[in-house]
Design a protein around this ligand. Structure first.
Ligand SMILES: Cc1cc2nc3c(=O)[nH]c(=O)nc-3n(C[C@H](O)[C@H](O)[C@H](O)COP(=O)(O)O)c2cc1C
Length: 536
């Protein structure tokens, strides 16, 4: 075992929650130092983006099979739409004198560690090529650099026509403020949700979303001007994406392009997120360890063709993206039909949804352990969806039945019986896991991924976040709701399954059912606080 793998394993162990000992966190929340939820670059020129009517929408079912229709031209309208449908605000909530923003993409604790930066070729949004930060609260771009002509020309010549690059970054401090050492995991979950949100919004524009393996994220921090943030508020690139017309394989920009970018004078001063910070040394170590190296280009970016699953005929995509919400409480009496659950599971299979699952190019490594509570046509109990290779894992408890219950889906009954109380207990005692129609744990092939390199550790959480995003939308499409659950007792899940080693690790939980909304909360429209230019 490499030293890096051993250290990632040590982080994983120390960031586990157990009934008797939660992973080390701050204890009480330090409200005076609550991080600002929005990154802002003071003094950077702003480019307002548009909002377009949500009725102009492709069908919900269509986007999962691949980019829909002819690719939209790359311009202010399409970039506005992409960000509006993926990372924008979707509502404000108000209660007891406080007001907070919610977004199209969900986030653990609503803390939103993920930021987005665009690298635009010349002539798309401006005559010059641009590096721009997306300010979600303004639905605007903050221009951080206008590239000199020669550099812009290199970018224009290196990128396939009609597309751009987008980097997703993480500010771990935002999550660490509340969750301490475990926060690294949440940042990666959130990144997976954001990846899926972007891939879905891009597919609606006829665009492909693919992760670039070059350059390495380490080479990108300075190139994107992230080195001027305050100490304690490090912002690091997690991934760089191609967004645009379908390309057959990966391309690379010249290495000296990135060095030249790093030498630019960046516009704007990053805001201070908190007056003071607390260090979480293990989190910082694992973040450093798990950055991907410069990897070989992927020659084949195509995803095997998927058929559109017509589960929700006539349902438009965009309104649904904007009304997605996490349930804070679930109605304990609502049930669903088994056919609906099967439709959700079908959609979560990687082969059925290249959007969003083909984005990273990683093999599927996450299976689902279902706690079925109230699903008509499927008796309550524990089930396994062998999402990654079709067969239930070896090494599970011997008294598990492993009886296949569906002809098409690799879905196996492990144990019949009431599992609601168990699901609640395993999700840190959260009633949403008990009161949903079902809840689930996402179990990842941990040893296999780590043997490939420490950098694969965060990608397991990305896959979990991608699955979570699909489930959120599926629930919403059925008039129901989902909630991601980052708080769970890791090893108690493994003990339940009789897993004696680390081949499988539980990395995320989720629940689906009928939400009970809190009547004390008032909702306000996302951008009621702004006057935006009219749509074209
Ligand atoms: C990775 C992740 C973990 C989460 N964990 C929990 C949880 O343990 N309990 C809970 O009630 N909500 C959890 N949530 C839901 C968030 O609180 C919710 O996404 C956030 O408040 C924003 O609200 P929205 O999803 O309605 O936009 C989680 C969300 C994510 C993305």
């Amino acid at each position: 075992m490499s030293d890096a793998e051993a250290r990632v394993r040590a982080y994983h162990a120390l960031s586990k929650h157990a009934p008797a000992a939660f992973a080390e966190g701050p204890g009480q929340l330090d409200w005076a130092n609550q991080p600002a939820p929005f990154r802002r670059y003071g003094g950077a020129p702003r480019l307002p983006l548009w909002q377009r009517p949500l009725e102009e929408s492709p069908a919900y079912d269509a986007v999962f099979a691949g980019p829909v229709g002819a690719p939209a031209p790359l311009n202010l309208a399409s970039v506005s739409q992409l960000l509006y449908d993926s990372l924008a605000l979707s509502a404000w909530k108000e209660a007891g004198g406080s007001r907070w923003a919610l977004r199209v993409n969900p986030s653990s604790g609503n803390l939103h560690p993920t930021e987005a930066y665009l690298l635009m070729p010349p002539g798309a949004l401006d005559e010059a090529a641009l590096v721009a930060h997306y300010a979600a609260d303004l639905h605007a771009l903050e221009i951080r650099a206008r590239l000199p002509d020669a550099l812009g020309a290199t970018l224009g010549a290196s990128l396939p026509p009609g597309g751009c690059l987008l980097a997703l970054t993480g500010i771990a401090w935002r999550e660490a403020w509340k969750y301490g050492e475990r926060a690294y995991r949440y940042c990666q979950h959130d990144l997976g949700h954001a990846l899926a949100a972007l891939a879905i919004a891009a597919a609606a524009l006829g665009w492909q979303t693919r992760l670039l393996r070059q350059p390495a994220p380490d080479e990108l921090d300075a190139a994107l001007g992230l080195d001027s943030v305050a100490a304690g508020e490090d912002e690091r690139v997690d991934c760089l994406l191609w967004l645009g017309p379908v390309q057959p394989g990966e391309f690379a920009l010249p290495a000296d392009f990135w060095t030249a970018l790093a030498a630019l004078e960046y516009l704007g001063t990053p805001n201070l997120l908190s007056p003071a910070h607390r260090d979480w040394p293990e989190l910082q170590r694992v973040q450093h360890l798990c950055r991907a190296p410069r990897l070989g280009l992927r020659p084949d970016w195509r995803a095997p063709p998927a058929e559109t699953i017509p589960a929700n005929p006539g349902l438009p995509l965009r309104p649904l993206l904007h009304r997605r919400r996490s349930a804070q409480a679930m109605d304990p009496t609502t049930g669903i039909q088994a056919e609906l659950l099967f439709a959700w599971l079908r959609r979560s299979m990687p082969a059925n949804a290249p959007v969003p699952f083909a984005v990273t190019g990683e093999p599927a490594r996450v299976d689902l352990l279902l706690f079925v509570h109230r699903v008509r046509g499927l008796e309550p109990g524990l089930y396994w969806l062998a999402r990654s290779d079709g067969a239930p894992p070896t090494g599970l408890r011997e008294d598990f039945a492993r009886e296949r219950v569906h002809a098409e889906l690799p879905l196996y009954r492990l144990l019949a019986g009431e599992a609601a109380g168990l699901a609640e207990f395993l999700s840190c005692g959260q009633a949403i896991a008990r009161d949903g129609c079902l809840s689930l744990a996402m179990l990842a092939r941990f040893d296999e991924a780590l043997a490939d390199g420490a950098w694969r550790y965060p990608r397991l959480f990305w896959e979990c976040g991608q699955i979570g995003q699909v489930l959120y939308l599926e629930a919403e499409a059925a008039g129901l709701s989902g909630t991601g659950i980052g708080c769970y007792f890791d090893d108690a899940v493994h003990e339940l399954l009789g897993l004696a080693d680390s081949r499988w690790q539980s990395l995320y939980h989720f629940t689906l059912g009928r939400a009970v909304w809190d009547a004390r909360l008032t909702s306000l429209p996302a951008y009621a606080h702004l006057r935006l230019p009219p749509p074209a």
